[in-house]
Design a protein around this ligand. Structure first.
Ligand code: SAH
Length: 348
């Protein structure tokens, strides 16, 4: 982490900083509250901190994101935000409203280096990791801008969160800890394409978060066609890491399965998948793939999706078809950011 990035500091680190600045320890708690509970964007707001302290802190910039575009779905109220980072890069985050509360989907990197064939975020490759503060601020800004309380967070936007492991853990610690938004770990989902060593490391952290695994195929051969990372880690290795994750944390795994017409959506695919998952305490989320214009992948027909679900259920597997949100506002993964970048590119 950048040593001056104050919003990425844990309460322990802020306490050390106060000591180094010859300030009383309780100032750390006040400052932490301003940043992570009141979601302050400047030291000027922190009226109960002495001016001398605020001046000392001015060399520690508060990294806040700038909204550049907001789109609100007329269908379901989903809001998509495009934010500019202090270095000019743009990222995308989404607020989804459900009966059980508001969920924010955040990005973990600028771009991504995993190269999944169907994914819009893979096309430009990885630009850089996001800092913990930049992950947090997606939630903070959305809560401030929308006036809605955020109760659930899914790390399912652009990027591979386990490829930005240290910052991810710091983010979770600050988001779920006392003195900040204090969101329950059980209300956080981290989605990965299956970086096995990192999944094992994460299991060892004994967090109560949900791990979502992007499977998208019933066997290695098909998975390798869709996801280059499948050449590095076999399904057997991944599923074994999933079993161990459950053993160590007691948290049921969610498998994400994007259905691509004629590629991974047949009855035989469903049967093979069910066979592989039968001994795992899990839940399967089916989502028809969102076609992107750079690729010829088509989404599965409604009937194929239904049949796939029924087949899995026959084998006793928990399945839901993920409801599509914000389909009228470039709702799908990384598409708003991509269309923004293409537009600004063509204006240059
Ligand atoms: N890198 C992480 C998280 C980001 S992607 C991961 O791979 O899980 C979040 C989810 O959206 C993943 O399951 C991903 O495979 C899926 N996804 C990406 N592009 C998609 C598309 N065009 N249609 C449907 N799902 C997509």
């Amino acid at each position: 982490m950048d040593g001056k990035d104050i919003k990425s500091m844990t309460i322990e680190e802020l306490t050390e900083l106060m000591a180094a600045l010859k300030e009383k320890p309780f100032r750390a708690k006040q400052l932490y509250g301003w940043l992570h509970e009141h979601l302050a964007v400047s030291y000027d707001e922190m009226t109960n901190l002495p001016k001398t302290l605020r001046e000392k802190l001015s060399v520690y910039p508060i990294r806040a994101l700038t909204p550049v575009d907001v789109r609100i779905s007329k269908i379901d109220g989903t809001r998509k935000y495009l934010f500019r980072l202090p270095d000019g890069n743009v990222i995308e985050s989404v607020l989804m409203k459900y009966k059980h509360g508001n969920s924010v989907c955040i990005s973990s990197q600028v771009g991504c280096r995993m190269g999944c064939r169907f994914c819009a975020s893979a096309i430009g490759g990885l630009t850089r990791n996001l800092l913990a503060s930049e992950m947090l601020d997606q939630i903070y800004r959305i809560q401030t801008l929308s006036g809605e309380r955020v109760s659930n967070v899914v790390v399912m936007g652009t990027g591979e969160p386990l490829d930005n492991y240290e910052n991810l853990l710091r983010f979770i610690k600050i988001l779920t800890g006392e003195g900040g938004l204090h969101i329950s770990q059980r209300n956080i989902t981290v989605s990965t394409c299956g970086l096995v060593p990192r999944m094992r490391e994460l299991a060892g952290e004994k967090l109560q978060i949900t791990l979502a695994l992007s499977l998208h195929a019933p066997n290695d051969e098909k998975r390798q066609e869709l996801m280059p990372i499948a050449k590095k880690y076999s399904m057997e290795e991944i599923l074994s890491a999933c079993r161990d994750y459950f053993q160590e944390t007691g948290r049921r795994i969610t498998f994400e399965y994007s259905l691509v017409a004629g590629v991974n959506d047949s009855g035989e695919d469903a049967a093979q998948l069910a066979e592989k998952l039968k001994n795992i305490n899990c839940h399967v989320n089916l989502i028809p793939v969102n076609p992107i214009k750079e690729r010829s992948y088509r989404r599965s027909e409604r009937l194929a999706v239904e049949n796939f679900k029924i087949k899995l259920e026959k084998y006793g597997i928990n399945v839901t078809i993920r409801r599509e949100m914000g389909s009228d506002i470039d709702g799908a993964c990384g598409q708003l950011r991509k269309s923004y970048m293409e537009k600004t590119e063509s204006e240059k």
